[in-house]
Design a protein around this ligand. Structure first.
Ligand SMILES: Cc1cc2nc3c(=O)[nH]c(=O)nc-3n(C[C@H](O)[C@H](O)[C@H](O)COP(=O)(O)OP(=O)(O)OC[C@H]3O[C@@H](n4cnc5c(N)ncnc54)[C@H](O)[C@@H]3O)c2cc1C
Length: 399
């Protein structure tokens, strides 16, 4: 089989890339091990949700996926509250301050994946599922991609969108730099006594950041609690009642008691950054290129930007008559995305480290920094725009 582009991985990022390229009348093949099925609105909330920036929502709208998300369920949030357990400083970001209706939206990952895949397929992209890439060989001008089913595809451009353990990255020998936080993120759906009032809350506890992210039902939140490995094992072993009591303590003032909790899941937290994002005829996007600490909910937002920028560069190079997969356009893609991803990754690590330090002088300094941000409207506005993802070198479809 011959394809113009082979995208390996129909996760959120791979399927956004496919959907962004559909209008170019290319022969695009997307491969995944799993087939995303249409979510049921009556089903319990998925444990995996994403806090999307406005920039990501714009990209979903651009490819037509937001209209599918809207028919299901999602939760816009209009305020964000960040505080630390032992300090007095509290940051409150508000959509009102910047004259918009909401700062971002919470959407279940399986819904995003299904909506984006639907758009790509409706636009003519060929989806091969369930299957997976087992071998990759460089021919003179093309790659030869071999699937577990025995199908062989030749293509001038392969995109690895196959997640943190990317087979594509490993098959071509691109190394990664890693930073093991020695933490797990515990995620779980909870029901609280008080409504969340469309506010995304995060508190920096002694054990690590704990977020309560609003779900469409005003008494339901998705929590993400990042804690040291040993402590995570203890939290996971707690009875539901003890777990709810621990959570209740941290947000008692705003959300009252945690009345119910679903199954808890844990994800090891490791930052990874690919040492390069491209080779001739091959690019990495999303978690295949970088994984970051979830404390600011940026992972898939960065991945969406990778996909949109790569799509933009592919379109530019086609308009200039260049071959698909040419080094010039892939290096432009890398130049536009790698420094930005590195900056956000390092900022997350620095923030995580800064809040882990409990010396009294540092607590005072952090509270003073928070006071300054609250005091200076332009500074607050800067952070609000960051939270919405509307800064930096954005692809056109993110506006
Ligand atoms: C606890 C937690 C909370 C998070 N919260 C947020 C948040 O609020 N906001 C946010 O922006 N990000 C968040 N993230 C990060 C976000 O979940 C990831 O960045 C995102 O899932 C990456 O998407 P992806 O499409 O790149 O990779 P994946 O979602 O991993 O998709 C990869 C796809 O490739 C397929 N695949 C793998 N190998 C092969 C192969 N060999 N052949 C074919 N297919 C293959 C897989 O089946 C999968 O469908 C969070 C992460 C964690 C751990």
């Amino acid at each position: 089989m011959q394809a113009d582009i082979v995208i390996v991985g129909a996760g959120m990022v791979g399927s956004l890339l496919a959907a962004s390229l559909q209008h170019l009348s290319l022969n695009i093949v997307v491969i995944d091990q799993i087939h995303a099925t249409e979510p049921n609105n009556q089903a319990p909330y998925e444990p995996r949700v994403s806090a999307l920036t406005r920039a990501s929502q714009n990209m979903l709208t651009h490819v037509g996926a937001w209209s599918l998300v809207k028919q299901k369920r999602y939760a816009p949030f209009s305020t964000m509250q960040v505080r630390e357990q032992e300090g007095h400083g509290e940051l409150l970001f508000s959509a009102y301050d910047v004259g918009v209706s909401h700062l971002g939206c919470l959407v279940e990952n399986n819904l995003l994946q299904w909506a984006l895949t639907e758009c790509a397929v409706q636009g003519g992209v060929k989806l091969i599922v369930p299957d997976k890439v087992v071998a990759l060989e460089r021919l003179t001008q093309q790659w030869q991609v071999t699937l577990a089913s025995g199908t062989v595809i030749t293509t001038p451009l392969v995109v690895g969108a196959d997640g943190a353990f990317s087979a594509i990255r490993q098959l071509v020998g691109i190394g990664i730099d890693t930073w093991d936080y020695q933490q797990q993120a515990i995620v779980c759906t909870v029901k609280t006594q008080q409504p969340h009032q469309d506010c995304a809350r995060q508190v920096f506890l002694g054990s690590g950041p704990l977020a309560f992210l609003p779900l469409p039902d005003e008494h339901y939140c998705s929590i993400v609690w990042s804690i040291k490995n040993e402590e995570a094992a203890r939290i996971l072993a707690l009875s539901d009642d003890d777990f709810k009591a621990q959570l209740s303590r941290h947000f008692a003032q705003e959300l009252g008691a945690v009345e119910w909790c679903d199954t808890r899941y844990a994800f090891p937290l490791i930052a990874r950054h690919a040492q390069r994002y491209f080779l001739e005829g091959l690019a990495l996007v999303g978690d295949a290129a970088h994984t970051i600490h979830p404390l600011a909910g940026q992972g898939v937002n960065l991945g969406f930007l990778d996909a949109a920028v790569l799509a933009e560069e592919i379109e530019h190079s086609l308009k200039r008559g260049l071959a698909l997969g040419n080094m010039q356009s892939l290096s432009r893609y890398s130049r536009r995305r790698r420094p930005h991803n590195a900056l956000i990754m390092h900022s997350m690590t620095a923030l995580e480290r800064a809040y882990a330090l409990k010396q009294p002088a540092l607590v005072v300094a952090r509270n003073e920094a928070v006071r300054q941000i609250n005091h200076h409207l332009w500074l607050k506005g800067f952070f609000e725009k960051q939270a919405m993802g509307l800064v930096g070198d954005l692809p056109t479809m993110a506006h």
